[in-house]
Design a protein around this ligand. Structure first.
Ligand code: NAD
Ligand code: DAU
Length: 405
């Protein structure tokens, strides 16, 4: 039976949310009728320019609203028949959480609870005999969480080793992908106890707990996804990869924390968006799904790869030379500078995404070589976007964070 679905997507002016908005509009275009309400407070990390084209679409409505704002959230739920809530809105940068933890608790925990509460109110149609609310058919709440809630894993190998998948079903789903890598023997599964270690990850863990509590206590139809490090277009240049690209183009030093040997599991953002929508549509109510890239790498190798690809692309393409604010000869490993380590720096994250592969058939389709080259080229071709998002605030942030380093 035909029924239009209304998405409420928070944080869609940010990196992953914007990619998700673009993804669902493309995916359902001409196939299924959807409406999307974008809710974003437009913090330093949110930029309407990122979704300028999407906002012209009559199916998309933008609300500049803070997810902590009870009245405004209530209004949005009363004005729209929301079917799906996908919550991306968050303070997302670990370094900022170390400088100023409180806003992380406010947005990530209280903001999440406010969304849940208003969704619950709007979706309740009656009270069941057992006292639990009864909800309108088909409604769902998805919380976008992170692998960081699981804490930090040990790094067991100096160099990456081949990652071997043993589960036959998972192996079959992932068979198109080559070059699966790991730096350790242990992985985060959905059953790994939460052990967050930064104010950011502690706030995300707090949010996960309250989402699960609404699932248990009020039988709300929730799911949670926990994803590893994303990379791709529209990534704000405070995070490792876009920051390094920006600095290389300016001939600036590349600040690598500590020894540069911390390991992250990198996933192309579009693959994450696919996973989120799949969990939203087909995931089992009340469940958690890990999403990861099978693609662990240590920071120093990421930085070197970014230098290599930039150098190659600029050398081979005269168009890109215009973007360069330094001499091509300056693009080399001498730009790398080791700076003071991040406080409480987690050593290694490694996601085991077997559950989403086995149950929903998802796998990280984009291999890193393809994804990182696409990303670097995107930045070379979209410097206007970078200039648009680095306001006066960004300059101040950079000076405060890296000035003394
Ligand atoms: P981002 O910082 O790029 O974007 C966050 C967006 O949320 C911005 O548009 C911002 O304006 C908005 N926002 C912030 N506070 C708000 C508030 N109080 N009310 C309304 N809007 C608000 O973040 P991102 O990297 O796109 O991450 C999105 C989500 O995915 C976050 O929940 C993050 O924890 C999670 N996540 C990120 C990664 C990653 O690698 N980037 C990996 C796993 C999970
Ligand atoms: O794992 C998922 C998480 O990935 C998300 O939940 C977060 O929202 C997201 O910001 C990201 O967190 P990280 O701390 O892993 O990402 P970041 O890009 O800040 O740093 C990646 C690694 O690079 C980390 O080990 C720190 C290091 N780093 C980072 C910066 C910004 C540097 O060495 N130098 C830098 O200047």
């Amino acid at each position: 039976e035909f029924h239009m679905k209304t998405y409420l997507v928070t944080g869609a002016a940010g990196f992953i949310g914007a990619n998700y908005l673009k993804y669902i509009l493309k995916k359902y275009d001409g196939k299924e009728d959807i409406k999307v309400i974008v809710v974003d407070a437009l913090t330093y990390a949110g930029n309407l320019g990122t979704i300028r084209e999407e906002l012209k679409n009559s199916k998309v409505k933008f609300e500049k609203v803070d997810i902590r704002d009870r009245k405004e959230t209530e209004r949005i739920f009363s004005e729209n028949e929301v079917d799906y809530v996908v919550n991306f809105a968050a303070e997302s940068h670990v370094d900022r959480s170390i400088e100023n933890p409180q806003i992380f608790l406010e947005t990530n925990i209280l903001g999440t609870q406010n969304l849940l509460e208003n969704a619950k109110k709007a979706w309740t149609v009656s009270k069941g005999e057992n006292g639990y609310p009864v909800y309108r058919d088909g409604v769902k709440y998805l919380q976008v969480s992170t692998d960081e809630v699981y804490g930090s894993l040990s790094k067991d190998y100096e160099k990456a080793i081949e990652l071997v998948i043993e589960d036959e079903k998972v192996k079959n789903v992932v068979k198109d992908r080559t070059n699966l890598k790991t730096y350790g023997d242990k992985f985060f599964t959905e059953k790994t106890p939460l052990d967050p270690r930064s104010p950011y990850s502690a706030s995300k863990a707090g949010a996960d707990h309250i989402v699960l509590a609404y699932g248990e206590t009020y039988k709300m139809p929730i799911t949670i996804t926990r994803c590893s490090n994303n990379y791709g277009p529209y990534h704000f240049p405070e995070k490792l990869i876009p920051l390094m690209i920006k600095n290389v183009l300016e001939g600036k030093k590349l600040p690598v924390y500590g020894k540069g040997d911390n390991v992250r599991d990198w996933l192309y953002v579009e693959d994450h968006c696919k996973g989120i929508d799949l969990v939203l549509r087909e995931g089992k109510e009340g469940e958690i799904y890990n999403i990861g890239g099978f693609n662990e790498e240590q920071n120093i190798n990421i930085v070197k790869l970014v230098i290599d690809i930039l150098k190659e692309e600029i050398t081979n393409n005269d168009e890109y030379k215009r973007v360069l604010k330094t001499n091509l000869d300056n693009i080399n490993y001498n730009l790398i500078t080791y700076v003071q380590d991040r406080l409480g720096h987690d050593m290694r994250y490694a996601i085991d995404p077997s559950k989403i592969a086995r149950d929903l058939g998802w796998y990280p389709e984009t291999d890193f070589e393809t994804g990182i080259r696409k990303t670097v080229k995107w930045y070379l071709e979209n410097q206007e976007w970078v200039n648009e998002v680095i306001s006066g605030d960004y300059q101040k942030y950079y000076e405060e964070m890296y000035g003394g380093k």
